[in-house]
Design a binder for this molecule. Structure first.
Ligand code: ZN
Ligand code: ZN
Length: 311
C-alpha cells in the first residue's frame, strides 16, 4: 500500500469516520480496542453462500459438505468473531481461504487462520507482496502466506458449485482476483469494485492501474446477468446495474483525463477541471475527486499492461 495512505485507508474502512484516521501513531492495544465494537453481520446470498460484513473488506463464504471456504479475512482481532459468524451459518470450521489481494484489511486474519491449518490460496503477486511488506506494512508471518498460488486463476470444485477464481491484471493492485460461483451466480470482486462508499482506490505502489479497473469491470460484466449477486470489496451488496454505473464512471473519467493529458495539461490543471465531480458526492469518502483524478492521471503515464507476463 502507498506510504501515506495505507494506515488511514484501513482505519477509514474500519469505521468510515474521521476519528479513526490517525491509526498510524497508535499502539497495538489501542488498535485492538477500536475493533472491540465491531460486529460481524452475515447476509445469506444463496444455498451455502453468504457475505460477512464487519470492518475491512467484505468476506465471502462458501459452505457445505466439502468444507468452508472464506474469501478474505479482514483484520486479525476479528478472527474469532468471523469464526463464530461462520459457525452461526451452520458451517464447519474454515478449511480454505482465498485472498482477493494483499491489502491487510483483506488478509489481516491470515496468520490466525493459517495457524489452524487453513489452506490459503492467492495470486502469485499477493504472496510476493506479503513476504516483502512495504514502508508501513511489515513482512507477513510464514503462517499468513498463501501456500497455493496461481498466475491466471484456479477453480475449486466443491459444495455443489464450480468456484472460478480469476486474476485481473494491474487494477486495484497487481494481484487482484475475482471469485465467481458459476451455479449460484454470485461474484466477489474484491477491491476492483467499491460500491458507494468511496471513489475507487487505485494502489499505484502495488502495481495498480485505472485502466485495469476498467478492464476488470468489463470482464466481470461479460460474465454476469441481471440476477447475479455482486459482492464488492467494500460497501453493500450490488447488482449488474450498479457495476455498469461504476464501469461507466471509470470509462468517463479515464477518457476525460486522457484527453486533457493529450492536450498537455498538468495534473493540477486536470484536477481543476473536476472530471469526477458528479461521483464525488460522499464527504466522508476515503478517496475524493482530486486523489482519484491523480491516480488516474498517473495510471495513464504508466505503460499499458494489456500483455502481462507470468512471473
Ligand atoms: Zn479493501
Ligand atoms: Zn484493497
Amino acid at each position: 500500500m502507498p506510504k501515506s495512505i495505507s494506515r488511514p485507508f484501513a482505519a477509514l474502512l474500519l469505521a468510515a469516520s474521521p476519528l479513526v484516521l490517525s491509526a498510524c501513531s497508535e499502539s497495538n492495544a489501542q488498535e485492538a480496542d477500536r475493533f472491540a465494537k465491531v460486529e460481524i453481520k452475515a447476509e445469506p446470498l444463496a444455498d451455502g453462500i453468504a457475505v460477512l460484513f464487519g470492518a475491512g473488506g467484505n468476506i465471502g463464504v462458501s459452505y457445505g459438505p466439502d468444507g468452508t471456504v472464506l474469501i478474505d479475512d479482514q483484520f486479525a482481532p476479528l478472527t474469532a468473531r468471523i469464526q463464530a459468524a461462520v459457525k452461526d451459518l451452520g458451517a464447519s470450521p474454515v478449511k480454505y481461504l482465498i485472498n482477493t489481494h494483499w491489502h491487510y484489511d483483506h488478509t489481516g486474519g491470515n496468520e490466525n487462520l493459517g495457524q489452524t491449518g487453513v489452506l490459503i490460496m492467492a495470486q502469485d503477486h499477493v504472496r510476493d507482496r506479503l513476504i516483502k511488506g512495504n514502508d508501513t506494512v511489515p513482512p507477513a508471518a510464514p503462517e499468513a502466506l498463501p501456500v497455493i498460488t496461481y498466475h491466471d486463476g484456479i477453480k475449486l470444485h466443491l459444495n455443489g458449485d464450480e468456484i472460478r477464481v480469476q486474476h485481473m491484471k494491474h487494477a486495484h493492485t497487481d494481484g487482484d482476483s475475482i471469485v465467481f460461483w458459476k451455479n449460484a451466480n454470485v461474484v466477489h470482486m474484491g477491491d476492483l469494485f467499491f460500491n458507494q462508499v468511496t471513489l475507487p482506490f487505485i494502489d499505484l505502489s502495488s502495481g495498480g492501474n485505472a485502466r485495469g479497473i476498467l478492464a476488470a469491470a468489463d470482464k466481470v460484466l461479460a460474465m454476469v446477468d441481471d440476477d447475479t449477486k455482486i459482492i464488492p470489496g467494500h460497501g453493500p451488496m450490488a447488482n449488474k446495474a450498479d457495476l455498469i454505473a461504476y464501469r461507466d464512471m471509470m470509462k468517463t473519467v479515464i477518457a476525460a483525463v486522457e484527453k486533457a493529458q493529450g492536450e498537455g495539461k498538468s495534473l493540477q490543471q486536470v484536477q481543476a477541471m473536476k472530471p469526477a465531480a458528479q461521483w464525488d458526492v460522499n464527504p466522508d469518502a476515503f478517496i475524493k475527486g482530486d486523489a482519484f483524478v491523480e491516480a488516474v492521471y498517473k495510471s495513464l503515464q504508466k505503460p499499458d499492461h494489456a500483455e502481462d507476463h507470468a512471473h
